[in-house]
Every structure is written in structure tokens, then in C-alpha cells.
Ligand binder design. Sequence first.
Ligand code: DX5
Ligand code: ZN
Length: 212
Amino acid sequence: MLIAPSILSADFGKLNEEIKSICEGGCDFVHVDVMDGHFVPNHTIGPVVVKSVAAAATKPLDIHLMVENNSFFVDLFAPFKPEYISFHIEEEKHPHRLIQKIRSYGIKPAIVLNPHTPPEAIEYLLEDLDMVLLMSVNPGFGGQKFITSVIEKARKLKAMINAKNLNTLIEVDGGVNDKNVKDLEYAGVDIVVAGNYVFSNSSYKNAISSLK
Ligand code: DX5
Ligand code: ZN
């Protein structure tokens, strides 16, 4: 299992140190939640902060857009060379075009599905994606309760990916802890995002290894 701690739960007063600790603690990606106060009822960080995050991180960035006007934000964050940029299918009229745009920057495109969105919504985009991110909470805030129906959704999605002979990764985001991570692993999930679970532990390294 690959681990992507969400810095939403980090102490932003010492963000540099926090990012160094998760990277030294063995994380695989640094998950960056970008919220615009429109698509979700919360507002987080923009390019000024993400520039510092990119400079401090020794692991690749995984940028999760929770915004209106995805294309504008892709242009804004592409210069930081993240491994992935993911955008919500619920907020995009032209997902195929946006996938091509992200790829043209040399960045791996990913699509996010909210808890109510079925995997069939992206069936004909799967072969163009490097990853699908399944939300296991309603996007907007860290520290929420895990929505268990994501396990069945991950299983369905994994079957779709296998049926098409693809290598698309599955990531799950929200309320992940050392208990539910096992079910996610069995369902075929490759990467989990964990905010509260990692950053509320006195040792980030122990939290990351217990998830692994
Ligand atoms: C929610 C974010 C998540 C969240 C994860 O909108 O996308 O990345 O911060 O945090 P936890 O693990 O605390 O649910
Ligand atoms: Zn996220």
C-alpha cells in the first residue's frame, strides 16, 4: 500500500518541518488539497504556499483539486511538477480535454469521484487516466468519518480496470485509518490518503508504517 499523507491536517505554522517529517517517515506522495470555497465549503492554499511545499518535499506531490474552473488551476499548479493532478468529474464538462491538457504538461492525470458518483461515470475515460481517486468522505474537511460504501465501489472499479487490461491506480481519500486500510487493500486499492490519522500521531513514521 502506498501512503499519501494529506497536509490539510499538518501544522501550517511549521509546514516545512511537517513536510520533511512525513517524507523522512516513509510516505510515498505528499497529498495537497486545493479548495476554492466554491466547489467545497472550505478554502485552503494557492500557488504561493504550494511553491514552498514543492521545495520542502523530497517525495512527489499529489495535487487534489476541489475547485470550479479546473483548467485555470491546472495552469496554476503545473509549474510545480506534481506527479498527479486530480480533478472532480462532478465539476468538469470536458474531462477528456482536461486530461489531455494535464498530460501535455508531463503530469499524470487522475479523476476524483465523490461518494455518490458511480465508477461507470468514467468508464470511457479509464484508458486515458493514470489514477482514479475515490472519496470516502464528502470533500472539504479533514478528520471526517469513513464512508464504507467506497469499499464496494473500489472492488467494482478494480474489476473494470482488470477487464480492460489497464494499470490505472486506485486511490482512496478520507477517514482512512489502520483498521479500514485492510479492507481497502483487499478491494484492490493502491494508494491511501491519510490526514488526521498521520498528523494526530506523535510519530508520523509509526503512523505511516502501521498503514503500510
Ligand atoms: C478532504 C480531503 C482529504 C482529507 C483527508 O476533502 O480531500 O484529503 O484532508 O483527511 P482525513 O484523513 O483526516 O480524512
Ligand atoms: Zn484530498
